[in-house]
Design a protein around this ligand. Sequence first.
Ligand SMILES: [Zn+2]
Length: 113
Amino acid sequence: MTGRSPSGRATHERSRVAPSPPTVGVPNALPCIVCGCQLDDALQGIEDNQPYAGTSFVTGGHYGSTAFDPMDGSRLEINVCDPCLTRAADRRIVIHHSNMGRVSRWAGDRECA
Ligand SMILES: [Zn+2]
């Protein structure tokens, strides 16, 4: 819409765009890559992959992968739900890198020798 301001200049009122519908009930978090369960958002209203009861993992690729190793700074991100991660820990198929540089098989909340 075009009009005139008190100074006589032409003004243009932009048509208002309807706000996006709320995303409640439509999670932004990715599903678990193992079991496929949809994960809820840990932070409502944030359009990012921040799963509740799950963990996101990011990789820039891996030497030896035939699926993803671009070596260009791009990354992939996946989620694993907490039950799948703890089952994997029980099977000792998760590696833990401590903040002290120690590398070991992760056993969830338990210490693993
Ligand atoms: Zn899962």
